[in-house]
Write a new protein. Structure first.
Length: 472
């Protein structure tokens, strides 16, 4: 049993091997992210026991980070998946055999009245199985695959989101400028306040009027679902995603005014460093002629994409969609973001018939994607000509190990460690889209979408059975 689990984990790295075999190791994404570390740590444990803003004009971006080393498991799969190795000689599953395997599982009443499916061979792009594959369906959170791919394509994997502090002439007025980074946390806000206070004290300033600027975004701050623990108001300035309970993932009580909360916390931090604010912070645009006092940067988009997909982070998905809108010179609101995501996917020549992007997170039921589009997104992320898109694959939760699949594909499941997939869940909607290494080493991309499902507690296992069947 131990040997089987370890071999499953190694095979689960075949996606990474495909990336490296394509010659994209230096730009393939954050191989040694926290997710990678967690997977390796768990593998070791198993072996021991036997038993997962505005950008300021002229401001320079941080230096390009050095590409991390490949995962230790990668060399073991290179031979099998390289163009000259055995993996490319393995025969893809036969469409007729796949249909015979999948159709009885797809017919399960646990998947409701509406269901679509697509399975493709990633190396060739050949569709091996389809059931209404081109039909648009409500995708729930699997739409984050589209959001992530568009953001990586439009912004690049090394792009970072800034949060800045600027001063009006005379340095008596200071503005905290939101750049759309929902991952800004107390530690970084404290460092921003420290640097700001130092710059002000160096100029002999110890009292300022503090304002905060959220004008980078436009349109309503509230998502169409209204007040909901799954998402904070969508604003260009917030800390910790507006969470009020100290959590970092999942649903949580959210601030009704995350921008104001961030500004008030910033004022308190300034005071702790010897700079007082004359009045409570007020919302206002930064002066056009302003001096940069301090700045903090998010992690690169590659890491933000991984976090978005691994944990199905709604706040971060909406932020990535709006940064994509800004890259396309469109309004940073829900409509502009949807238009930009669609335009970016069109540039990548993906099948967009019937697709609709009402938001970036998948919480809006007006979103529509097809199973064919989802598998095409995954294949494009594996395309050797687009190594910048690789974090879409490395960010996928791993069955039985990480993120939203951590508690699925338990011991004994053929999908544990082999299936990497984005989940999607709304009331009456369940979806699963990702990659799986078949028994002969072929990498397959799949998408299963179900509507009018009776219960997520029965629909999710039914979807898992479909993906696990591909692993066999």
């Amino acid at each position: 049993m131990l040997e089987r689990k370890v071999s499953q984990l190694a095979a689960g790295s075949a996606v990474l091997g495909l990336v490296l075999a394509a010659g994209a190791a230096s730009v393939a994404g954050p191989w040694d992210s926290g997710q990678r570390t967690a997977e390796r740590a768990r593998a070791v444990a198993l072996s021991r026991t036997g038993g997962a803003h505005h950008d300021v004009p002229g401001a320079a971006a941080p230096a390009r980070p050095q590409a991390p080393a490949p995962a230790p498991s990668a060399p073991g799969v290179l031979t099998a998946l390289s163009p000259t190795g055995a993996g490319t000689k393995a025969v893809a599953p036969r469409p007729r055999g796949l249909a015979a395997t999948l159709e009885p599982l797809l017919a399960s009443p646990d998947l409701g009245r509406l269901r679509t499916a697509a399975v493709i061979d990633v190396a060739t792009g050949e569709q091996l199985y389809g059931n209404a594959a081109a039909a648009p369906m409500t995708p729930a959170s699997t739409i984050k695959l589209a959001t992530a791919l568009a953001a990586l394509s439009a912004l690049g994997p090394d792009h970072r989101i800034p949060t800045t502090v600027v001063a009006a002439p005379g340095f008596r007025g200071v503005t905290l400028v939101g750049g759309g980074d929902p991952t800004l946390d107390t530690k970084r806000l404290r460092a921003l306040a420290r640097d700001t206070a130092r710059a002000l004290r160096d100029r002999g300033v110890t009292t300022v009027r503090l304002t905060y600027d959220t004008s980078l975004y436009s349109g309503p701050e509230r998502h169409s679902i209204g007040v909901n623990d799954n998402i904070a108001p969508v604003t260009a300035l917030m800390t910790d995603e507006g969470r009020l309970d100290g959590s970092t993932t999942g649903d949580a009580p959210r601030s009704a005014d995350p921008a104001g909360d961030a500004a008030r916390a910033f004022a308190e931090l300034l005071a702790s460093h010897g700079v007082a604010t004359a009045d409570p912070p007020a919302r206002a645009k930064a002066p056009k002629r302003a001096a940069l006092l301090a700045r903090t940067w998010s992690q690169p988009v590659s890491a933000l994409v991984e976090r978005t997909l691994t944990h199905s982070d709604n706040d971060l998905a909406e932020a990535l969609a709006r940064r994509t809108a800004l890259a396309h010179r469109k309004p940073a609101d829900f409509d502009g973001a949807g238009q930009a995501v669609r335009a970016e996917l069109a540039k990548l020549r993906l099948p967009l018939a019937g697709a609709r992007f009402a938001d970036g997170s998948g919480l809006d039921r007006r979103d529509k994607l097809s199973a064919a589009l989802l598998t095409a997104l995954l294949a494009r992320a594996a395309d050797p000509d687009h190594p910048e898109l690789r974090p879409v694959l490395t960010g996928l939760p791993v069955g039985g190990f990480s993120g939203t699949l951590r508690d699925r594909y338990g011991d004994g499941s053929p999908g544990a460690g082999l299936i990497r997939a984005k989940t999607g869940t709304l009331t009456g909607v369940n979806a699963l889209a990702g990659t799986v290494v078949a028994a002969n080493g072929r990498l397959l991309a799949f998408a299963f979408l179900a509507g009018e499902t009776p219960s997520p507690y029965t629909a999710q296992p039914a979807l898992d059975r479909l993906a696990a069947a591909l692993a066999r």
